[in-house]
Design a binder for this molecule. Structure first.
Ligand code: ZN
Length: 466
């Protein structure tokens, strides 16, 4: 049995969960994005970020959770150097359901994964091991992250294998991005711990996993380790194990704390938050269209093939581009251009940030292809230029000689040249007409994709059969 605890940062918020320090701690010098509240200095009082409640509620609703009637916050007491207050403000269902959501579910490939609980809490600071070697003597602490808003999602142990875990995390990551609450591509924005147990054994928690890829590996490792212990009749201890990134194994770190070790108490400085149905209805209405609904719409309304609709809807960057660039008539072509020609040009966060492409560029490109001024393959070249420079489509076509060669006399001349250079291919094409595409390709190569493909084929066929 495999269960997950996933921590997602609400990266798109302005401020921390209980103070006005910036939520985006990444751009600061160490220990400059702090104040008496997030440092827990005596006399300071936390104030709950209402936007964080709204965004976390949206996540809970998107995961089909029940929303409580009131929210409660609790102090989870433990000592660790990254926790300046010696307690973390989090949520707990101690007096009935008071965390941001519970009893949700997500379906993956026909299998239902139940969500036990979702809670809103503050992130601790960060420890930095100087030199990052195992023998390091120095540990630094940066509190810039302390108090930033975090949503913890706890699933039931419903996963049968590491593959389902990976699919689930991909769906969750797309969902968070689509909701506009988090940017999962930011380092540390989404982190997961796994609870792994085999039949008859106790639960082992695996922590400190750097990437989704390693999470899958660590679950594999842990399942094998527990099975091998069980086969030899050795009891599996309930414990926390850390993932050793270098050796790709899990190592025992400490026995697992029980809830009572944390001495949870109600956070008296934050009053109960009443979740009135009016606000919840408003948030529900403000929620962006879900990925599955987008996909359905692309297929039924625009007749986009299911596979293309899947790629388009699950990536917010692509679906936003599509929404703004398409019209009734060009939807299929825009979808096609994004998922075939554009994809390789903007497949990373850095490339997307640097790209100068706008939705209008895509609409203009489709229009100019349809008008017959440039070929489909020239459009692909133009797209590269647009992503790099942001120049308008008409500017690029006139400056770079991408205009389609539809002049029959000009094409005949080019084709004659190609035929003279490729006598063997010409002979082959005469014997087997299917091989003529090789010659079409050569003409395209010579004209850098600007030759009118239909006309080229027509002239070639005439010349070869004569
Ligand atoms: Zn602060």
């Amino acid at each position: 049995m495999i269960g997950l605890e996933i921590h997602c940062q609400l990266t798109n918020l302005q401020s921390k969960l209980f103070c006005s320090c910036k939520a985006n701690y990444r751009e600061f010098e160490p220990n400059t994005n702090i104040c008496p509240v997030c440092m827990g200095l005596p006399g300071s009082l936390p104030r709950l970020n209402q936007k964080a409640v709204e965004k976390a509620s949206m996540i809970a609703m998107a995961l089909n959770c029940k929303t409580p009637q009131r929210l409660g916050f609790f102090r989870k007491n433990y000592f660790y150097p990254d926790l300046p207050k010696n307690f973390q403000i989090t949520q707990l269902n101690m007096y009935g359901p008071t965390s941001i959501g519970e009893q949700g579910k997500v379906s993956i490939e026909g299998k239902e994964i139940r969500i036990r609980r979702i809670q809103l809490e503050e992130d601790p600071g960060r420890l930095i091991y100087e030199g990052a070697s195992e023998r390091t003597q120095i540990t630094l602490v940066d509190y810039n992250r302390a108090g930033t808003p975090l949503v913890e999602i706890v699933t039931e142990p419903d996963f049968d294998n590491p593959r389902q875990v990976r699919i689930f995390l991909n769906i969750l990551s797309d969902l968070l991005e689509n909701l506009g609450v988090s940017d999962p591509s930011l380092e540390g924005a989404m982190r997961a711990d796994a609870n792994v147990s085999i039949e008859g054994g106790l639960r082992v928690e695996v922590k400190n996993i750097g990437s989704f890829h390693d999470l899958e590996k660590s679950i594999h490792f842990e399942l094998t380790r527990q099975q091998s212990l069980a086969e030899r009749g050795i009891a599996i201890a309930q414990e926390t194990r850390h993932w050793d990134d270098k050796r790709k194994i899990t190592i025992s770190s400490r026995s697992k704390e029980e809830d009572e070790d944390y001495r949870y108490i109600l956070e008296g400085d934050i009053p109960w938050v009443i979740m009135d149905s009016e606000s919840i209805e408003k948030w529900k209405k403000n929620m962006p269209e879900s990925i599955s609904s987008k996909k359905e719409r692309y297929i039924t309304k625009h007749a986009i093939p299911a596979q293309v609709a899947d790629v388009l809807s699950s990536d917010k960057y692509y679906s936003d581009l599509f929404e703004q660039a398409h019209t009734e008539s060009n939807a299929k072509e825009v979808a096609n251009m994004i998922t075939t020609d554009l994809m390789g040009l903007v497949d990373t966060r850095e490339k997307r940030e640097q790209s100068r492409l706008t939705p209008k560029h895509l609409a203009d490109l489709i229009e100019i292809i349809n008008s017959g001024k440039i070929t489909r393959s020239s459009a692909k070249n133009a797209l590269q230029e647009i992503v790099k420079t942001g120049k308008s489509v008409s500017e690029i076509v006139s400056q770079t000689g991408l205009a389609k060669i539809s002049d029959e006399r000009e094409l005949v001349k080019i084709i004659s040249d190609v035929m003279a250079q490729e006598p063997t291919a010409v002979q082959q094409a005469r014997e087997n007409p299917q091989t003529i595409n090789y010659l079409v390709g050569k003409v395209m190569q010579k004209t850098k994709g600007t030759a009118d493909p239909t006309l080229t084929l027509k002239i070639l066929k005439e010349r070869i059969s004569s």
